[in-house]
Design a protein around this ligand. Structure first.
Ligand code: ZN
Length: 317
């Protein structure tokens, strides 16, 4: 059969969703109301955002080299057209192993929902996951790639290193009593840890003292205690406290998973970072893609030969 992709029975396959599903919400930064529709997409489409509110629909593929603004969020940009705050939805898509999806938006920002990836996981599972007749392609890291910023106390860094699986180590240091009283370091390995259970529900966080300045800069206008952990100088203001003991550092891992999924394929690698954020994560993604000797594209003949994180039980999900 000319042109047809041969797929052997047990190969790890690409995924989309079974049917379209919609919801609405508000943008964390813009404060604008937005409708979002997730639609199944053909094999090898990747994740593509569509601004359907414009006179002509603009398509924005979820790719690291399309990221413009990284202040407080990862923003896809094409000319003047933006899709802001893609990281939590991208994280949920990575966590559920979804390769192909169309995402229609009626405004410039993905809704913040509850501030975590939990609502998106629920939505995607409600739509049902669909395996497709095409081998799943992974990007396997062969050489360590590292990016750094700042010096001394202000040093931040992030790196990807070869690893036969998918794992994260993250250190934070906010010099804030409410955060310092929780773990400043977390490590997850999706060979044994479940994304949905250990990461997906960690919420974004912010400081009440910064709200005014952020709003003046056009940021955090939709932020509230319903979609973020908010702290004053000393403590968490949300009446029901934290969802995980180490929710802050877990959210940084959630963000990193979403930012790295803009590489376009699931990674086979270990990510290690200290005080990284959207800007540095994007720099790391671009640096990796530019270093073509540092990675290769692989598929797996069966769950038995794939790294545990992506194998039979799909621990990552
Ligand atoms: Zn986040």
């Amino acid at each position: 059969m000319a042109g047809a992709t041969l797929i052997r029975q047990n190969m790890l396959r690409q995924r989309t969703i079974q049917r379209s599903i919609s919801t609405k919400g508000v943008g964390l930064h813009s404060g604008r109301r937005v409708d979002i529709t997730l639609r199944p997409a053909a094999p090898d489409t990747g994740i593509v955002f569509h601004r359907v509110d414009l006179p002509e629909v603009v398509d924005l593929p979820a790719q690291a080299n399309q990221v413009g603004d990284t202040r407080m969020a990862s923003v896809l940009q094409q000319g003047n057209v933006r899709v802001s705050t893609v990281e939590h939805l991208m994280s949920a898509l990575a966590g559920l192993g979804i390769d192909n999806l169309h995402i229609d938006l009626t405004a410039e920002e993905v809704p913040i929902m509850d501030g975590s990836a939990g609502t998106f996981v629920y939505l995607l599972r409600s739509a049902g996951l669909q395996e497709q007749a095409a081998p799943k392609k992974f990007l396997r890291v062969l050489k360590t790639v590292e990016v750094r910023e700042g010096e001394g106390d202000a040093l931040k860094w992030a790196r990807l290193e070869p690893y036969d699986g998918y794992a994260f180590s993250f250190s934070i240091d906010f010099h804030h009593p409410a955060i310092d009283s929780t773990a400043n370091f977390a490590e997850v390995d999706f060979a044994t840890d479940s994304y949905v259970k250990t990461i997906a529900r960690a919420r974004t966080f912010g400081f009440a003292s910064e709200v005014e300045a952020l709003r003046a800069a056009g940021l955090a206008r939709g932020g509230s205690l319903d979609n973020a952990i908010v702290m004053d100088e000393y403590r968490v203001l949300n009446s029901d406290g934290l969802r995980y003991e180490d929710e802050f550092v877990k959210h940084k891992i959630l963000d990193a998973i979403g930012d790295l999924y803009l590489i376009g394929k699931p990674l086979v690698a270990r990510y290690v970072a200290c005080k990284s954020g959207h800007a540095l994560n994007n720099k790391l993604a671009r640096e990796l893609l530019a270093r073509q000797d540092a990675w290769e594209i692989v598929s797996y003949e069966s769950a038995a030969t794939a790294p545990k994180a992506f194998g039979q039980e799909w621990k990552f999900a």
